[in-house]
Design a protein around this ligand. Structure first.
Ligand SMILES: NC(=O)C1=CN([C@@H]2O[C@H](COP(=O)(O)OP(=O)(O)OC[C@H]3O[C@@H](n4cnc5c(N)ncnc54)[C@H](OP(=O)(O)O)[C@@H]3O)[C@@H](O)[C@H]2O)[C@@H](O)CC1
Ligand SMILES: [K+]
Length: 502
């Protein structure tokens, strides 16, 4: 599903209005009525509840006034709190209709704040129509006070389009923001619903159509996409096949300090359906690997860390049909830097670069640019190291993810609660997964899974999308969120693959 920024949705709204004569009041009407439909689906008997509708100065407030008017058809217990003297003409039209139906309007001022707080406390449902995608600066003053009171006292809050105070473009809080139970957004989710804290503040998110013509959407191709299973294929299985059909994965990782990481990657690669998995690692990791899965072919180095002397050991095993995963548990020994650089120069296979291998390549970005089919899978800390930027300017920075992918000719997977994936053209946002993945080993599973799909398809984008999406669902299947062994998530992968394939 397409994701939009505030400018993109405003442009689509404007073109619907100007090019097709679907005037603004029509769109507002659909926005309001669709919100009521969602509420009806959630609560059923709308007549049982009392409502306070907070309306801001823009068209978000106008939507609120449509909602308030429609609620009068269910109950008289509807109060509109007008937050501003200034209203748009569409909002004014809807305010007049509401008033002509006998609706109660309270104009917020410094003098009646306490009365309004009582209304918040005594209403069953608060409708937040204060700011939508037109929020342009930090929320301060009386707006901020009311938002904070709503967060403190509301029994249940429904946000119209986006929780007021959340930036539609970044998901960040501008000053203060409504913490919603339910958000009804129009036409497409906004980036602010998908990135934290906006994702959390939105509560349950529902997307409704308000009649933006499809031709307009087709004319304006999107580059930001909410990842679903429609965007990738799982490599096929063939009745007549053998291990050669499903590719070979070479996993290079492990060091004196990390033993389990490359083993997890190797098992994940096997779970992806890959035909053959070779693990180059330390002797300890090789032993652990065989203790867990006899299908892994371990080849042990006799040292604590990889160095240049290991290149000739590995190269004969890598050919065009191989995918390579470098990095799980590989450590930061200076000798390993030279090893990785030389190895990458010598191979042409698609490769996943993970963990400390990303760190060790920070001064060799040109090597990555020169190669095709390279995937890097940093978390925000690793990407901030790699790009020498502070972590805040990296976290959830989808534009940076796209720019970096384009600049260095990479497929970049920025792992986080919302994972962002870009090939330099499109940006995918993944929202599957939960805190069962917030523990050591989940990154190793991811890189192995990508490498495994890559060995079967050599499509860097689809392999990455599939792995990120599937690992997320595998964590959601675990019954006791957060109290899992990481191998339990690994073992859920086949079930998820089967479901995704259906
Ligand atoms: N026809 C359409 O386009 C449709 C739009 N629809 C609905 O309208 C919403 C977008 O409407 P919108 O563009 O009027 O913006 P909205 O979010 O209501 O707020 C803008 C107002 O707030 C003000 N303001 C901003 N920040 C502020 C702050 N921190 N503190 C104080 N004030 C602040 C800002 O002032 P300004 O920045 O201009 O000074 C302006 O007055 C959209 O989310 C959807 O719900 C649907 O009905 C479908 C059709
Ligand atoms: K809102």
């Amino acid at each position: 599903m397409r994701l939009v920024t505030s400018n993109e949705i405003k442009m689509l709204d404007q073109r619907a209005i100007k090019d097709f004569g679907i005037n603004s009041l029509i769109l507002m009407e659909r926005a309001g009525i669709s919100t009521i439909e969602v509420m009806w689906n959630e609560f059923k008997n709308l007549e049982k509840y009392s409502y306070a509708v907070f309306c801001g100065p823009g068209n978000n407030g106008g939507d609120g006034l449509v909602i308030a008017r429609e609620l009068l058809n269910y109950t008289e217990a509807v109060k509109v709190i007008l937050m501003s003297e200034k209203l748009t003409s569409e909002a004014t039209t809807n305010l007049n209709i509401f008033k002509s139906l006998g609706g109660e309007v309270i104009k917020l001022s410094d003098d009646n704040i306490l009365e309004v707080v009582d209304i918040i406390k005594s209403s069953d449902i608060i409708i937040d129509a204060i700011f939508g995608v037109g929020l342009s600066k930090n929320v301060v003053g009386i707006y901020a006070e009311i938002i904070n009171f709503i967060n403190l006292y509301s029994n249940y809050t429904v946000s119209v389009d986006i929780p007021s105070g959340i930036s539609a473009d970044t998901g960040k809080i501008l000053g203060t923001a409504i913490r919603s139970d339910l958000t009804v957004t129009f036409e497409f989710p906004k980036i602010g619903h998908i990135l934290f804290p906006g994702r959390e503040f939105s509560g349950k998110l529902k997307v409704v159509k308000i009649g933006i013509p499809k031709v307009l959407q087709d004319l304006n191709p999107c580059d930001k996409i909410l990842l679903t299973k429609d965007y990738f294929n799982i490599p096929k299985r063939f009745k007549e096949s053998n291990k050669g059909t499903y590719g070979k994965v070479v996993i290079i990782g492990g060091s004196k300090d990390y033993i389990g990481a490359p083993v997890l990657s190797s098992i994940a690669a096997i779970r992806s359906g890959a035909g053959k998995v070779l693990l180059f690692s330390t002797e300890k990791s090789a032993t652990v690997a065989l203790n867990h899965e006899l299908g892994i072919i371990p080849i042990a180095i006799s040292k604590d860390y990889f160095d240049k002397s290991h290149i000739n050991l590995i190269l004969p095993y890598i050919d065009e049909k191989t995918s390579v995963v470098i990095g799980p548990g590989i450590g930061r020994n200076p000798s390993t830097e030279e090893f990785i650089v030389e190895l990458l120069k010598s191979i042409n296979s698609p490769a996943v670069i993970d963990a400390d291998a990303i760190y060790l390549l920070r001064n060799h970005k040109n090597i990555l640019s020169e190669k095709k089919n390279i995937i890097i899978t940093p978390h925000p800390g690793e990407l901030s190291n790699f790009l020498e930027l502070d972590i805040d300017s990296v976290k959830y920075n989808y534009k940076l993810v796209k720019e970096t992918a384009e600049k260095y000719n990479l497929l970049l997977v920025l792992k986080d609660v919302t994972t962002i994936i870009s090939d330099g053209e499109k940006i995918f946002f993944n929202v599957t997964g939960n805190t069962s993945l917030s523990k050591g080993g989940s990154g190793d599973i991811l890189s192995g899974l990508i490498g495994g799909f890559l060995a079967q398809s050599s499509n860097v984008l689809e392999s990455s999308l599939a792995a990120v999406y599937i690992l997320g669902i595998a964590s959601e299947l675990y019954e006791y969120e957060g109290y899992n062994l990481i191998t339990e998530i690994l073992n859920n992968i086949p079930k998820v693959i089967a479901e995704v394939k259906e």
